[in-house]
Design a protein around this ligand. Sequence first.
Ligand SMILES: Nc1nc2c(c(=O)[nH]1)N[C@H]1C(S)=C(S)[C@@H](COP(=O)(O)OP(=O)(O)OC[C@H]3O[C@@H](n4cnc5c(N)ncnc54)[C@H](O)[C@@H]3O)O[C@H]1N2
Ligand code: MOO
Length: 415
Amino acid sequence: MREMLPLETALELLLEQVKVVEKEVLELLSAFQRVLAQEVFAPSNQPPFDRSPLDGYAVRGADIANASPQTPARLKVAETLPAGYLAKGRVEAGTAIRIMTGAPIPPGADTVIRFEDTRENNGWVEIFVSLAPGSNIVRAGEDIRQGELVLKPGVLLDAPEIGVLAALGIPRVEVFKRPRVAILSTGDELVGLDGELPPGKIRNSNLYALAASVLKAGGEPVLLGMVPDRVEEIALKISEGLRKADMLLTTGGASVGEYDMIQEAMSRAGARLLFWKIDMKPGTPVVAGEAEGKLILGLSGNPAAALISFEVLVRPLIRKMAGFTNLYRPRVAVKLLEDFRKKGRQRRFLRARVGLIEGQLWASLSGVQSPGVMKSFLAANSLLDIPGGRAPLLKGEEVEAILTGDLTELETILD
Ligand SMILES: Nc1nc2c(c(=O)[nH]1)N[C@H]1C(S)=C(S)[C@@H](COP(=O)(O)OP(=O)(O)OC[C@H]3O[C@@H](n4cnc5c(N)ncnc54)[C@H](O)[C@@H]3O)O[C@H]1N2
Ligand code: MOO
């Protein structure tokens, strides 16, 4: 087995192994935040009919051709037309229909004049402006044409997509199931969240951080809990994970220490080893295996290393399984707001905050970068991707940032 694969090589190898999960049909609102699995062609025009975008008067353009404040056109108001109804009659020469926003344009009319440009008195309306025929009419299909491909498989069904499907009268859609991702923490030092912390022990935080990450990536976490550093127990849990889920993540025991037994446990559970170690820091030790067509990824026990491995390696895999077309986060060029002096031959991912200063994106490190430190994630909205051998870096140098956080935060971050 070769030492330390480049991240892209490892990712390519793993992406080849994963398949998109099955599909299911859901009621529209249950499909919110799911990935669309079908093409959606518009069954009808949106809007379905020519309509008024204003409260005003539907008229014939010819009748108001010479209207002005000095020489208003005088038209007989034939009826009032609210949204949701059809006009009883036509707009004949010399008449107008009072029309509300969203109401269908009555036959005979080709223009709508807004209330502000008119004055009504005793069943007659004076029009003070002349508009070209066709003005102020929203045409049927102006938004979406019947037969048009509106949504493609692989998109996330967010609020606008749900709204468009509802507007088109589509009550159910085919979406991808959520890939189930089993998570197992290994380590004698681990205890759960309740109760006193015994001496020498730590909380099993990786289970929760990874479960939340799986949810965010579009997967469904299957919590396998924690096991002590014993090969047989780990192997049994791996087998359980293979039965219950489409992919399995473990943390701990991925390095070279005496108790690092994930590789051994994977083999006992019948897995084929794909690789161990990726050229990145944090997150070098990743044991990748495959069994029954399912991936098993043994991530570092170090909490920050595990989360960074998840971000750059596991997230794209889950996104592929979940049916997304876009697997990756956006990457942008940023300038460093401070020096980063630590040399290193390995590629590094640094937790950072990216924000705008006078139209330029800048990055400042969000705290301590050690693989066991979590707090620096709290202020981070990105990972800086520093190629091996590139550091030391000086303030003002350009580097690449992977945007992991909310873009809306960008403007408020730096002063
Ligand atoms: N002699 C060497 N030692 C280490 C090397 C090395 O190359 N040679 N690599 C270091 C690097 S880099 C990393 S990263 C870690 C990876 O360690 P493991 O994956 O074997 O993880 P553990 O040793 O089990 O744990 C590391 C650290 O994380 C804590 N931990 C473990 N599980 C959890 C959990 N579920 N929740 C929260 N924290 C957890 C654990 O207590 C340790 O502090 O190895 C270095 N060593
Ligand atoms: O590879 Mo370890 O993950 O540096 O921290």
